[in-house]
Design a protein around this ligand. Structure first.
Ligand code: NI
Length: 169
């Protein structure tokens, strides 16, 4: 947080299946796995393209979270399916050591493309929907602290959740 590249609008990917795109996604997957994250957006590694990855198999940091399919999502479009929102705690690899309580839509549809340009069209709810909203925000220059309603609900993980070894996502 503080790097101006995180505040920019990412550009749409025009060509799918290229070696460059494959390399970018490989780098993102390596980074996400090394840091044990739930998702990552290309601007977080300094690349201003509309590429996000996310997925949660079983994560000790989200013991109650339902699994989220491992996904590469390019040029995403989100459509909320209701006005209902709920608050939940989020962290971010670009805001290390911190957590904040963030309102997100509970149900949405997302569309986009995979690495090879195949269309993706899914509905999601709950934690899955939250992860997608967090990652797509990165493509629009938005970091989760900007969405916190009450900044008293923003702080260091150690202070907010003493005794829990929360890592960053
Ligand atoms: Ni993030």
């Amino acid at each position: 947080m503080g790097d101006p590249r995180l505040l920019e609008q990412a550009q749409a990917v025009r060509q799918f299946g290229t070696p460059e795109l494959r390399q970018l996604i490989g780098d993102m997957q390596d980074t996400m796995r090394a840091l044990d994250g739930a998702g990552l957006a290309a601007p977080q590694i300094g690349v201003g393209l509309q590429v996000v990855i996310f997925g949660v198999d079983r994560n000790p940091r989200y013991p109650d979270a339902e699994p989220v399919p491992q996904t590469v999502l390019i040029n995403p479009v989100l459509t909320p399916l209701s006005d209902e929102m709920e608050e939940g705690w989020e962290g971010c690899l670009s805001v290390p050591g911190m957590r904040g309580l963030v309102p997100r839509y509970t149900q949405l549809r997302y569309t986009g493309f995979d690495l090879d340009g195949n269309a993706i069209d899914r509905t999601a709810q709950g934690f899955h929907a939250r992860v997608v909203q967090h990652e797509v925000d990165h493509l629009n220059g938005i970091l989760y602290p900007m969405r916190i309603d009450d900044l008293r609900n923003f702080g260091f993980s150690e202070a907010l959740f003493p005794g829990q070894s929360l890592q960053d996502d």
